[in-house]
Ligand binder design. Structure first.
Ligand code: ME8
Length: 652
């Protein structure tokens, strides 16, 4: 897609990417967010790669199902559309989507272009009036063939379609069928991944029929009136597809001449036929060049293993997920844990696992380790290195990274592109551990080597952050800020040495990726190890003297008093403590049952990690962690503050 060579044709340096415009009959969910995040990733990727990029999303506001939803809510259709359209815009805002425009099909600028196209196609005699009888799925807003049904039902909406007979205007779609088939045959990159191209080719090997493009106004009053017959409104799909050019001010707008037809449509597989068959034939009939490529994503599946959808009520709320983990984490997860084109299961636990492994452990840890050593041994100034043979692998991998990532993005293999970047981060971690700069720091003759290792890891992180920016725009900037660096683009990551020695890094920073706990985790193990994996625990051991002050100062410790304690049903190791923290009372679930009886704990003072993110253990929300140490015999002993210290005191 980004490819400057699609089907052997050199593309211009313009890149126009679109998402479907979403129906406003229900709230945005993570499935919509998925396509929109992919679109944003592609827009930002191309921009950093030197393209002039333009990104469009929006809402689809006409048609029978929007009208029905407004009626059900007893609200004027436009007011209903205003409300839900705003929710989509808000969702894209919290996900840091950098769309350049947001089109609504109820806007005058859109209706004007729909009228123009209808007139052109009508005047060319490609529209006629006829009676039609068929099976109509209101969820899909289209007539379906018997073949498309499974057990008499629409596959996506799990509803039988209604039999309908009505007088409609028809677009002579079939007239363009052979032209379209040849175009797809000759341009393998037009519809991707290939499975969907084959699906469309097999549709085109049978008669596609003509397309009903109007609805009688008496049945569906909510739509754009046909310019030549005010008793009919435009069929919602004919109206909606035109958004891709009405937003560019077709036909005379500067944006239209600038970006069309370098357009790349992103869709989910549910709307393949409309984009692969209806849209190019409409464009052809209107005498407009067709779009460049259609990229088709699979479905995100809900917990029930079904496509996540408002109809099935199994959706994940993007607002809640973003609030809990931040937009960068959600974006990264959606891109890294899905295979574009295929169906993928998603869920909060999987997000947390991915976050902790890739972001907190591999990336965040490395940044804080290198920062700690720069602060301690170089007074916060990035030193100049002197490269040796053993540095070459890291250097070559770093400057070769964009060359590996670009073709993967071009071929829609986003998770593999991110995996290449994370493989480089893991290489940097190995290099750091093998070179052991904390040991080098102890020897006077190793100071140049220490400087070189720290310089190289900093430079590696500069390249990493630049390449991660399309996926995680905020965190990428934060990584560079934490290293005293500014912004770069992809032409700055093909050589080593972008970091200027002498650059000062800030003394205090926020932790890049604080470790997360899955809210739903409930096993005993998660208590005893507090979700810190073996690898990190080993790192912590080695690096125990290298936690920075700012990392440490984020942990709030308070003196607390146990009010009462009780066993947790069905969990041998757990006690449920009710503790007084001065300002409030908390419940804390602790894995100390093998060493303490509940009755021995009442009135005891303990030290509590009081700003730990709450976690659910055996169905109990635990709001903190009590500190304990192991004695020489493997027993756990609670750390007790002196008697004189009042409950609620901060431990410093
Ligand atoms: O079809 N998994 O709007 P829509 C992945 N208005 N992607 C999903 C998804 C899921 N579970 N659920 C939705 C329409 N999507 C028309 C489009 S365009 C001219 C008109 C995404 O609100 C995916 O991109 O039903 C899918 O194609 C789109 O939302 C459908 O959104």
């Amino acid at each position: 897609m980004a490819n400057q060579l699609i089907d052997g044709v050199k593309m211009s340096e313009k890149f126009y990417v679109t998402t479907p415009i979403y129906y406003v009959n229900a709230q945005p969910h993570i499935g919509h967010a998925y396509t929109t995040v992919v679109g944003d990733f592609l827009k930002r990727f191309h921009e950093l790669d030197g393209f002039e990029a333009y990104y469009l999303t929006g809402t689809d506001e006409h048609g029978e199902k929007i009208y029905q939803a407004a009626i059900e809510h007893e609200i004027d259709p436009l007011m209903f559309c205003d409300e839900i359209s705003k929710r989509f815009a808000e969702a894209w805002n919290v996900l840091d989507i950098s769309n350049d425009d947001f089109i609504r099909t109820t806007e005058a600028r859109h209706k004007k272009v729909v009228n123009q196209i209808l007139n052109t196609v009508y005047e060319n005699d490609d529209i006629y009036y006829d009676e039609y009888e068929g099976l109509y799925c209101v969820g899909c807003e289209r007539f379906m063939t018997e073949k498309e049904l499974v057990d008499g039902m629409c596959v996506d909406h799990k509803q039988p379609p209604e039999r309908r007979r009505e007088g409609n205007y028809f677009f002579r779609m079939e007239k363009y069928q052979e032209w379209l088939r040849i175009h797809i045959e000759e341009n393998p990159g037009f519809i991707r991944p290939t499975g969907y191209r084959n699906e469309v080719l097999s549709m085109l090997n049978q008669s596609i029929g003509n397309l009903s493009i109007s609805r009688p106004k008496e049945r569906v009053p909510w739509g754009i009136e046909l310019p030549w017959d005010s008793e009919h409104v435009t069929y919602v799909w004919f109206d909606a597809l035109i958004n891709y050019i009405s937003a560019l001010n077709f036909p005379d707008g500067e944006k239209f001449s600038n970006f069309w037809p370098n357009s790349h449509h992103l869709i989910g597989k549910d709307i393949l036929k409309a984009h692969a068959v209806f849209w190019p034939t409409i464009l052809k009939a209107a005498g407009i060049p067709i779009y460049q490529s259609l990229s088709v994503g699979g479905f995100l599946m809900g917990k029930d293993g079904q496509k996540m959808s408002k109809t099935l009520g199994n959706v994940v709320d993007p607002f809640e997920l973003t609030k809990a983990y931040g937009s960068d984490a959600v974006r990264y997860y959606l891109l890294k844990d899905t295979v574009f084109g295929q169906d993928s299961s998603v869920g909060e636990n999987m997000l947390v696992t991915r976050y902790n492994a890739d972001l907190a452990n591999d990336l965040g840890n490395l940044l804080s380790r290198v920062r700690a050593l720069l602060l301690r041994h170089f007074k916060a100034i990035i030193p100049e290195g002197k490269q040796e043979e053993s540095d070459q692998e890291v250097i070559d991998s770093g400057i070769g990274l964009i060359g590996k990532v670009r073709p993967l993005v071009d071929s829609l293999r986003f998770f593999e592109a991110l995996e290449e970047i994370m493989a480089f981060v893991r290489l940097l971690n190995r290099y750091f551990n093998d070179e052991a700069p904390w040991k080098l720091a102890k020897e006077a003759e190793s100071q140049t080597r220490l400087a070189t290792v720290l310089y190289n890891v900093t430079e590696g992180l500069r390249i990493t952050s630049t390449l991660l920016e399309p996926a995680m725009p905020n965190k990428a900037i934060q990584i560079r800020k934490d290293l005293g660096l500014g912004d770069y683009n992809f032409s700055d990551v093909v050589s080593w040495g972008g970091v200027t020695p002498g650059t000062k890094i800030p003394n205090f920073t926020e932790m890049l990726f604080p470790k997360q706990e899955a809210e739903t985790k409930s096993s005993n193990e998660s208590v005893s190890i507090q979700t810190i994996p073996e690898k990190t625990r080993k790192d912590c051991k080695e690096m125990v003297d290298e936690v920075s002050i700012d990392d440490f100062s984020r942990i709030e410790l308070r003196v607390a008093r146990v009010i009462k304690a009780e066993k947790v049903h069905g969990a041998d190791k757990l006690l449920k403590l009710c503790v007084d923290v001065g300002a409030d009372e908390r419940t804390v679930v602790s894995g100390i049952a093998p060493w303490y009886k509940p009755e021995d704990l009442a009135e005891r003072k303990v030290i509590l990690v009081s700003n730990l993110k709450s976690a659910k253990l055996r169905g109990i929300v635990s709001q903190g962690m009590v500190l304990a140490a192991e004695d020489g015999d493997g027993n756990v002993r609670l750390i007790e503050p002196a008697d004189a210290v009042p409950v609620g005191s901060l431990v410093r």
